[in-house]
Design a protein around this ligand. Structure first.
Ligand code: MAN
Length: 170
């Protein structure tokens, strides 16, 4: 069988397109698998934060937290962004009541001059709205973010509630 150059070219570009589609699907599958494997809490309560980002600006920098992804810092008056860490995992104290879901760790950030790689610990506390409320750097290149979110609020125990209200009201 004789194949013209035009036919060969068409076949090649069709094969290339099929190849691209396969790669796109594999990437998508990997992303879906990653988010299925991720620990979003006992009742998947933190899943809502995946894909969102929150910012806080102080005198020098705008800090950005994209939960389950990364933490960054960029100078207010221009300049490049610095990576303060990539999602590592839950890091709360398991022996405390709040448990491991009270802190997040982002590590392996950009190397600090003459120091460690940057890392960020996020403290989560209960509040009505998701908000990054403050950022500090207690040690050079070690950042602490305070993040308020309804995801860590607990339901008031019904019995406690009842005793607070008093039974005679019923
Ligand atoms: C940059 C920022 C600071 C950090 C210094 C360390 O200026 O990332 O937060 O303390 O680098 O050299």
């Amino acid at each position: 069988m004789k194949i013209s150059i035009a036919e060969a070219n068409r076949a090649r570009s069709e094969a290339e397109e099929a190849d691209r589609n396969v790669r796109d699907l594999l990437r998508e599958t990997r992303q879906i698998q990653d988010s299925l494997d991720r620990d979003y809490g006992l009742e998947e309560e933190f899943a809502v934060l995946d894909g969102q980002c929150f910012e806080y600006t102080d005198r020098e920098y705008t800090y950005r937290l994209c939960p389950f992804d990364q933490a960054t810092q960029r100078p207010k008056n221009g300049g490049s962004e610095t990576r303060l860490g990539t999602w590592s995992g839950w890091a709360g104290d398991e022996s405390c009541k709040a448990g491991k879901y009270s802190r997040m760790l982002y590590d392996k950030g950009q190397g600090c001059w003459n120091g460690p790689q940057r890392s960020t610990v996020v403290h989560l506390t209960c509040g009505i709205e998701h908000t990054l409320t403050s950022v500090s750097e207690p040690n050079r290149c070690e950042y602490v973010f305070e993040f308020v979110t309804p995801c860590v609020c607990r339901e008031v125990d019904e019995k406690v509630h009842e005793s607070l209200l008093g039974h005679d009201e019923l």
